[in-house]
Ligand binder design. Structure first.
Ligand code: SF4
Ligand code: SF4
Length: 353
């Protein structure tokens, strides 16, 4: 952790604790108001409760040119970013990927190339549809470790985070409360339900919350589509390809559309928002991650639409390459914020309950 970022965030948090004007805005301020002193772990936990809505900045009477020079969204964003990098396993990878959208794009291209190579070298085992390009066994051999190993890295990072913030034992009750809050993205409502000022100082808007909801639920629908297809393949003996009116396809198409619209919307909002209220070091890496997710969803939809055409091998390689890059980069890209935010909400539920 960079100590100057901790010290600056602590200075601003202490001013907020005296002021308390933004009390109802989000989960950060009730957590601040409970304490008198803020150790490094406390500051890190507050930073991970913040979702950079910027509502407190635009409401604040102590922003520059006032001598207090408050910019709480940025101060917390810098600590939050440091915490993801410091707790990642290995930390050097997180530093590289968070700061460079080009690296994210390069990793996608490498994933794409690997898949093309695998399709040619391993080939199919005489299956239909996708499996005529790359056999089912080859897909499992590539994607099972690519899915599980990053989850292990994320779990190591969360364990380090949990210890750093001094959280108590994990309780199911707190996990349930945090999941409910995260599912509704309640903290993106601005506290009063009208939304926040992320992309526009003068206007309250729920756009960021809605786009986030589309990404969250779209992603879960796509994950459910893959899970259902796995059960159909292994348990029911019904291998792909599936018709349009089947559960895997209905979930996949719905999730793909939601994910495409959500990621495009978040990227658009990001271009409109003031960069000085976030961690400017990682703007490119965050945008690269959003675009990677957009590529995952749109290439998946293209596969559904054009899967029976001569473009199948190229489209499949593009889609699987993007998915592969997405999985492998999960512990080191903005994707990790979802895990840390949930851990912060669980810890907060434990402290306030
Ligand atoms: S951000 Fe400004 S207005 Fe809000 S609590 Fe802090 S000091 Fe007060
Ligand atoms: S930026 Fe938004 S979420 Fe973060 S502390 Fe301010 S009001 Fe809360």
């Amino acid at each position: 952790m960079q100590i100057e970022h901790i010290d600056e965030a602590r200075r601003q948090i202490e001013i907020c604790n005296a002021c308390r004007y933004c009390e109802g805005y989000c989960s950060v301020f009730p957590a601040i108001n409970r304490e008198r002193a803020f150790a490094e772990g406390d500051v890190t936990q507050l930073a991970n409760l913040c979702h950079n809505c910027r509502g407190c900045y635009y409401a604040c009477q102590y922003t520059p040119p006032h001598e207090f020079a408050l910019n709480l969204p940025r101060a917390l964003a810098e600590v939050r970013q440091d915490s993801w990098q410091a707790h990642a396993a290995p930390a050097a990878l997180a530093r590289a990927f968070h700061r460079s959208g080009v690296t994210v794009a390069a990793a996608t291209v490498i994933g794409f190339g690997l898949l093309l190579w695998a399709a040619k070298a391993i080939g199919s085992a005489g299956g239909e549809g996708f499996y005529a390009v790359l056999s089912h066994n080859a897909m499992v051999a590539i994607f099972a470790p690519a899915f599980l190993l990053p989850l292990v890295a994320v779990a190591i990072g969360l364990r380090r985070y949990w210890r750093a913030i001094g959280a108590g034992p994990l309780r199911l009750r707190d996990l349930g409360a945090a999941l409910g809050r995260a599912a509704r993205l309640r903290d993106l409502s601005g506290g009063h339900g009208d939304g926040c000022n992320f992309e526009d100082e003068d206007r309250f808007s729920n756009a960021r919350r809605w786009y986030h909801q589309l990404v969250l639920w779209g992603f879960l629908a796509c994950f459910a589509a893959t899970s259902v297809a796995t059960i159909m393949h292994y348990v029911l003996g019904l291998p792909a390809p599936y018709p349009l009116l089947s559960l895997p396809k209905l979930l996949g198409v719905t999730g793909g559309v939601a994910l495409s619209v959500g990621t495009a919307g978040l990227a658009w909002l990001k271009t409109r928002a003031d960069r000085s209220l976030g961690d400017a070091r990682v703007w490119g890496g965050e945008m690269g991650f959003v675009m990677l997710l957009f590529l995952v969803s749109t290439s998946g939809l293209a596969l559904y639409a054009l899967g029976s055409s001569a473009w199948l091998p190229e489209l499949l390689a593009l889609h699987l390459g993007a998915v592969l890059a997405f999985f492998l980069l999960t512990p080191y890209t903005k994707m990790v914020h979802g895990f840390y935010r949930l851990a912060a909400l669980v810890a907060e539920a434990g402290r306030s309950g």
